[in-house]
Design a protein around this ligand. Structure first.
Ligand code: UDP
Ligand code: MG
Length: 313
């Protein structure tokens, strides 16, 4: 491997066996054509299929520019990217997905921006693919994020991005656990920019994100960048307390001046159940933050690397 590559390309891989051959076939020619020293770092995020074998073969074929990090289990896309970030050598770092939804041919566009002095170049997906529901959900979460954090970006879901080494090092130093790399990068960038990039259908297979995983991921996004959910909840709970107090006063008035009553008991149940559910949501919300705090305090390693394939300098 040449002493210090100028460019590091980081790709998380989780069960992408059918996509990898096409990815290699399209990615390497683009990078070879750039005329700058580069390295590609794949993180195998505990794939259950033959992805790792394919990565191994690719490393054997292009040992000078290919590095493979092998996790022992599935730690999620953002941890996979983080592991690669800890080991990058390039001055500029580009991330992209392994499923070819981010065309490798768009990489030069991003590099043009980092060359121009921007330290964080985010892709903005033109004609975004994916189901209607996912696109709408994505818009909703974008809006929530804009409200609750002061991170300004158009398309947080796009992983085709370029970062300067300074931003990447700051991300690594932050030691973030449950995180969302593009958002974290934004919080460290001083000159961010956005570029329109094409977005393609997944080359093969289906998304690795189930609805559950997507909800978890977006919870990570909001909770790791703001306390807004807790604050909103406190406000809401205050409102509820005010209304409850009013109700108690009304009932006390009726009890004293109109006498005891047994009617309206189901209304009371309704109100009671509502308040109970509000309390439960509150406990859950606090739990989310406490759980994350626990994980940080425990400071156990975030992932375990089984093996790294790389050619020593
Ligand atoms: N990925 C990963 N670990 C996971 C889930 C996904 O490394 O637990 C990788 C996956 O291989 C792909 C990228 O993250 O390179 C994006 O995943 P996917 O295409 O499933 O997500 P979507 O495009 O539907 O958001
Ligand atoms: Mg995808």
């Amino acid at each position: 491997m040449s002493a210090a590559p100028q460019l590091s390309v980081v790709i998380p891989v989780f069960n992408e066996e059918p996509n990898l051959p096409a990815l290699f076939a399209r990615l390497y020619p683009v990078l070879d054509g750039l005329g700058r020293a580069y390295e590609v770092i794949f993180t195998n995020d505990g794939s259950a299929d033959r992805s790792f074998e394919l990565l191994k073969a690719q490393h054997a074929a292009r040992p000078d520019v290919t590095r493979v990090i092998d996790f022992n289990a599935n730690y999620g896309q953002h941890m996979a990217v983080m592991a690669a970030f800890e080991r990058v050598r390039g001055a500029v770092v580009v991330t992209l997905d392994a499923d070819l939804q981010n065309p490798p041919e768009e990489i030069p566009k991003l590099l043009a921006r980092t060359d121009a002095g921007f330290d964080c170049g985010g892709g903005r997906r033109l004609d975004r693919q994916g189901s209607f529901c996912r696109r709408q959900a994505s818009r909703l979460i974008n809006a929530v994020r804009r409200q609750t954090t002061n991170i300004e970006m158009t398309d947080q879901g796009c992983m085709l991005r370029a970062y300067s080494r300074g931003v990447v090092d700051a991300i690594v130093r932050s030691g973030a656990t449950h995180t969302f790399i593009p958002a974290l990068a934004y919080s460290f960038a001083s000159r961010p920019t956005e570029v329109d990039v094409r977005h393609e259908e997944r080359h093969a297979g289906v998304s690795n994100y189930s609805l559950y995983k997507l909800i978890r991921l977006n919870f990570d996004l909001i909770t790791s960048f703001s306390l807004a959910p807790l604050e909103y909840f406190t406000m809401f709970a205050l409102g509820c307390s005010g209304l409850s107090l009013l109700l108690v006063l009304v009932l006390a008035y009726r009890r004293i001046f109109l006498g005891a009553e047994a009617e309206g008991i189901f209304t009371l149940f309704g109100i009671l159940f509502f308040l109970l559910s509000v309390a439960m949501v509150g406990i859950g919300l606090i739990g989310e933050y406490v759980g994350r705090t626990y994980q940080v305090v425990r400071s156990r390693q975030r992932y375990f690397v089984r093996e790294i394939l790389e050619t020593q300098e």
